[in-house]
Design a protein around this ligand. Structure first.
Ligand code: NAD
Length: 293
């Protein structure tokens, strides 16, 4: 069994971007700039945004963070996004999800300029993704693809099962794995909460991507020998021995599944780190696209 190490791969991505930004600095050019909007004070969201900002610094990017109280009205957020859309010095806009209930996720995603949609959630980005056109790919499935590429995992002709059909992870993941690309060219089955024979489907899979948000859901009896298992799940579980009071658990029963796998991602230290690396790559693409237009 080989571990797919998000730390190593994400660092490689950041080093590559750092070389590019060092060159931009040396040439006295403007640096890629990511603007992040955080509404409310959800602990996990705070951690994610702080980590994205920190990683921007490591890659030599500029970043800005705009914080709003939970009860901020939708129009205020929309006005901020429009301001950032019109700001020539901003390349990528990220609105950290989930949003407070009174703010429409759909409305907010749709208002972001598709040329700055580094999360890849805008319908234009999704439409292009489905058609296999160049676009911003949602960061988590993009990060998984970068990881498969880094470890040169053979995917062509393999049977891949994705568990979870969300717009941000499962569905785009299934599309990417099915595309005529490398990695890609898998035969893909997308499973969800209404799938009736999940265990039998998983047992046939050469590659399983678990993205449902249920701790240790994928157990050893659902995985065939030598499968590649990608664990996207991130759930905070109470742990009094930790300073924070919780630990992070994935969707895979790692201890028992790992011995059966050819490759497996750990949680933490796997896909989560790759998500941020992919976001940085999208931001750099947005910057290049802007400067070439
Ligand atoms: P979501 O709640 O939007 O979607 C969960 C999906 O799982 C749904 O499509 C549902 O149909 C499916 N599902 C639920 N129960 C199931 C069951 N018993 N059998 C089969 N399918 C079932 O979640 P999401 O936003 O896609 O996130 C999934 C997980 O990935 C969460 O733990 C989330 O925290 C994590 N996540 C991690 C990263 C990362 O960077 N690693 C990024 C985004 C999300």
């Amino acid at each position: 069994m080989q571990l797919l190490d998000g730390k190593i791969v994400s660092q490689a991505v950041k080093n590559e971007l750092r070389e590019k930004t060092d060159q931009l600095k040396a040439d006295n050019k403007r640096l890629p700039h990511l603007a992040a909007i955080l509404i409310g004070n959800d602990g996990a969201s705070e951690t994610y945004v702080a980590s994205k900002i920190k990683n921007c610094e490591e890659a030599g990017f500029k970043s800005s963070m705009y914080r709003f109280n939970t009860d901020t009205n939708e129009d205020t957020i929309i006005a901020k996004i429009e301001e950032l859309n019109n700001d020539d010095e901003v390349d990528g806009i990220l609105v950290q999800l989930p949003l407070p209930k009174h703010i429409s996720e759909e409305k907010i995603i749709n208002i972001i300029d598709p040329l700055k949609d580094v999360d890849g959630f805008h319908p234009i980005s999704v439409g292009k993704l489905v058609q296999g056109l160049p676009t911003f790919i949602p960061a988590t499935p993009y990060g998984v693809m970068l990881m498969l590429e880094h470890y040169k995992i053979e995917t062509a002709g393999k049977f891949a099962v994705v568990i979870g059909r969300s717009n941000i992870v499962g569905r785009p993941m299934s599309i990417l794995l099915s595309q005529n690309t490398n990695p890609g060219n898998c035969t893909v089955t997308l499973c969800h909460s209404r799938t009736t024979n999940l265990k039998e489907i998983c047992l046939q899979a050469d590659i399983i991507v678990a993205a449902l948000g249920k701790v240790s859901f994928l157990t050893a009896d659902m995985v065939k020998e030598n499968a590649v298992v990608i664990d996207v799940g991130i759930t905070r579980v109470e742990d009094a021995t930790k300073k924070s009071g919780f630990k992070i658990k994935g969707d895979v029963d790692f201890e028992n599944v790992a011995p059966k796998c050819s490759y497996i991602t750990p949680v933490p230290g796997g896909v989560g780190l790759m998500t941020i690396a992919a976001l940085l790559k999208n931001t750099y693409h947005a910057y290049i696209q802007k400067n070439n237009s």
